[in-house]
Design a protein around this ligand. Structure first.
Ligand code: BGC
Ligand code: ZN
Ligand code: ZN
Length: 360
């Protein structure tokens, strides 16, 4: 069987013949695997927590859609069912044992294609019933976005929890009077924009440059506004659209500082991005957070329920909301054999949002 492997923590990427040694009873064939910033960082050797499953190799890929080839003894799945395999697998802590391994307390978990467990960039794999989330619409290929979208569903869950501190909704009980600024217009930032707009927020996507054609198209379909900070300052835009809520999908301290400075009192800040750089100490930053009573929360991964919500969201709204635009390029798995894989996995093509590998 062919697959794509990397050598954490050093990175690199190779197309190889690999053996399957997994002993789980359900056999799956991979349909699609999406590529994201996490894969890029692993391949560049920049993700500190990337680690092999066995020896020094790791099969890449964590954003998958797969079809059941042999359900074994499973009572839930049958041959031909299409599923999304979960990325993270529990350890033994208390929180993992109650089903929320996305909040694992001691870090003793593994993540397929990222840390300690082989991923899905290969033709076949074996898995356990418990970590497979069934989809209903078998031919809906945008369901490959379920994995990145489950991160957004967890953000919705955290927002609902945090916003319970004070009555935070508008005086007609909706969120239509609230402005959400989303920093970063990669796939994750765009999915955030789509979901929170769908919840009623007025959403403004922020980046330092003009949007590409595909990004513009997606934002337009979703009714999300754009702020290009090379042309207009955030401090200008908030005069008309005060910042009630901010989600960062980049991870830069500069952005975080700008959020703290520009957001309203009692604002909510969710942090998802991790790829940023450090900022030299800025005293005002902490003062802003304290003095404004800000609610700041980090969010990573998502629960099985969040995957279920993501599947439901895509099946109900994905096509209407232009999720097909997010999949900007599709490559056949076999084509990759002759390509420079490191380049493929780390460099963006023109107008790329997300590229996807098609296996069958
Ligand atoms: C995945 C998460 C994972 C995180 C860190 C993201 O790309 O979507 O499920 O927890 O990387 O490893
Ligand atoms: Zn990803
Ligand atoms: Zn745990």
């Amino acid at each position: 069987m062919k697959g794509i492997i990397t050598y954490p923590p050093n990175g690199g990427a190779k197309f190889l013949d690999i053996d399957i040694y997994e002993r789980n009873e359900i056999k799956l064939k991979t349909l699609y695997v999406g590529v994201c910033g996490t894969d890029k960082e692993i391949v560049l050797g920049k993700l500190p927590f990337a680690r092999p499953e066995h020896g020094n190799t790791l099969i890449l890929g964590h954003e998958a859609l797969a079809v059941i080839e042999d359900p074994g003894e499973s009572k839930i799945f049958k041959k031909g069912d299409v599923v999304v395999p979960m990325v993270r697998r529990p350890g033994k802590c208390k929180i993992c044992s109650i089903g929320r391994w996305d909040y694992c307390e001691d870090g003793d978990f593994v993540e397929a294609g990222i840390r300690g467990k082989n991923g899905f960039m290969r033709e076949e794999f074996y898995d356990e019933e418990r970590y497979l989330v069934k989809v209903n619409q078998k031919d809906l290929d945008i369901l490959v976005l379920t994995e990145p979208l489950k991160n957004v569903m967890k953000m919705v869950e955290i927002f609902r929890f945090l916003s319970g501190k004070l009555p935070w909704y508008c005086d007609d009980s909706t969120y239509t009077c609230k402005n959400l600024y989303v920093f970063g217009t990669g796939p994750e930032g765009l999915l955030v924009g789509s979901v929170f707009k769908h919840m009623g927020f007025n959403v403004i996507a922020v980046n330092r440059h003009p949007p590409t054609e595909s990004v513009s198209k997606f934002l337009e379909i979703n009714g999300v506004d754009y702020l290009d900070t090379s042309k207009e300052k955030i401090s200008e835009r908030i005069k008309k659209f005060p910042m009630d809520f901010a989600i960062d999908a980049v991870g830069s301290m500069e952005i975080l500082y700008s959020i703290a400075k520009n957001i309203k009192n009692n604002g909510i800040v969710l942090l998802f991005g991790t790829s940023g750089q450090l900022l030299n100490g800025n005293k005002e930053f902490i003062t802003e957070i304290v003095d404004k009573n800000l609610l700041v929360a980090g969010s990573t991964d998502g629960s099985k329920q969040n995957y279920v919500e993501a599947v439901q969201f895509i099946e109900e709204n994905g096509m209407r909301l232009g999720f097909n635009v997010l999949i900007s390029q599709v490559f056949k798995f076999d084509e990759l054999e002759s390509m420079d894989l490191v380049k493929f996995l780390t460099e963006k093509r023109k107008d790329e949002i997300k590229k996807v590998i098609k296996f069958i």
